[in-house]
Design a protein around this ligand. Structure first.
Ligand code: NDP
Length: 361
């Protein structure tokens, strides 16, 4: 069935009506983001028509270029303008779609002084997308949450192995606004689905710290970290380690979760292995020896990091991580979705190589 949308949509370089095939129509919110670009590539590869949402239409050309870099033809990609903080645009964005992949959410490298700057768009934006999807009879919404919505529970025993059964306790006082924003947004999504008759099915993807190839200079916080490291901003590394996910695998998991019957009502923790920040520096040095003098030379004691964080807002993001080891299982990705994840080392190496190819480090 073909559905003609008489909305303000850009298709290619042309303003006007756009045709979407209902059987194949996918909407990806926050199309300008790193993860979204890879997700769009994954759906185009599978032969779907994709409509991306953007805050600003002038980012459309960058997304098309990124998709082309992935070897995909952007002819089946169109865009609509919609902001998480405004109602306008969302009904038009999701009209005619049978799957909406909601990735848009603020992911700042420095935490804002006012937590609501990230919490409000994450929470209210998720509800806007879900309400619009319900009005449009969308079959399934795939929400990009985060592993941070899993890893910060309260009262867990030492040695706890994290899984999709765990939820972060957003009332913990040591959490950053970003962690709270992702947790609250995911929780309101589940509540909405439960409380709304006829709501779409929900599948939630909880990626770990995303590595893998950057596609252009509009860097996600994930890649910005390397750029800062390559500039010698971190002569020493805080004692933090994080589970890692390759963005190519994260995209595959989203694409699988869009149609797999097992994925309805499920969460998927996407991560493979862990890397210490210090080890990221070693990988950077190994892949690009010319940056040897720039990368962290040693690990900082936790007390020094806590003191520095009083002056450097960027460091506050990682305070809950200091000295933490998070054991987790990613078994559900393999058993239910059949996706095999790349190693953390491979993901980090691909990130570094892509940034050099783009001449960003
Ligand atoms: P990016 O910063 O590259 O992408 C964020 C996207 O959200 C951009 O498209 C941005 O648009 C959009 N956005 C932000 N605020 C608004 C708003 N008010 N209205 C509309 N769009 C908005 O980050 P990633 O690709 O890394 O992240 C994408 C998603 O994945 C996020 O939900 C993030 O929380 C999640 N995630 C990321 C991880 C990582 O390590 N990178 C790990 C786990 C989850 P614009 O370009 O206009 O700023």
């Amino acid at each position: 069935m073909m559905i003609l949308l008489e909305c303000r949509v850009v298709c290619g370089h042309r303003w006007g009506a756009i045709a979407m095939t209902a059987e194949q129509s996918i909407v990806v919110t926050g199309a300008s983001g790193l993860i979204a670009k890879h997700i769009i590539g994954a759906f185009l590869k599978r032969g779907h028509t994709v409509r991306g949402t953007l805050r600003r239409m002038d980012k459309a050309e960058d997304v098309r270029r990124a998709v082309t870099r992935l070897g995909r033809d952007p002819a089946e990609l169109s865009f609509v303008v919609a902001d998480l903080e405004e109602d306008a645009g969302w009904d038009e964005a999701v009209a005619g779609a049978n799957v909406v992949v909601h990735t848009a959410s603020p992911f700042p490298i420095a935490q804002p002084t006012d937590p609501d700057q990230v919490i409000r768009p994450a929470r209210d934006g998720t509800l806007r997308v879900l309400r619009a999807a319900a009005r449009a009879n969308v079959k399934r919404v795939v929400l990009t949450s985060s592993s941070v919505a899993i890893f910060y529970g309260s009262g867990l025993p030492i040695g706890h192995v994290y899984s999709e059964a765990d939820f972060t306790d957003e009332t913990r006082s040591d959490l950053t606004p970003y962690i709270k924003s992702k947790t609250i947004a995911e929780k309101v999504a589940w509540q909405f689905i439960k409380a709304t008759p006829g709501a779409p099915e929900l599948a939630v993807i909880n990626p770990a710290f995303v590595q893998g190839p950057a596609l252009d200079g509009d860097l996600s916080t994930s890649h910005e970290l390397y750029r800062l490291m390559a500039r010698g901003v971190y002569p020493a590394a805080p004692r933090i380690r994080f589970p890692v996910a390759d963005v190519r695998d994260v995209a595959e998991v989203h694409a699988e979760a869009a149609f797999n019957s097992k994925a309805a009502g499920r969460r998927y923790l996407v991560g493979e292995g862990q890397l210490r920040l210090y080890e990221l520096g070693r990988i950077l040095e190994r892949e690009l020896p010319d940056l040897r003098s720039k990368v962290p030379k040693f690990e900082l004691p936790d007390v020094a990091v806590r003191t520095l964080a009083l002056f450097d807002k960027r460091l506050r993001t990682i305070l809950p991580e200091l000295g933490e080891q998070k054991d987790y299982t990613n078994a559900r990705i393999r058993t239910e979705l059949g996706v095999t994840l790349r190693s953390a080392d491979e993901a980090a190496k691909a990130a570094v190589r892509s940034l050099r190819d783009l001449r960003l480090i």
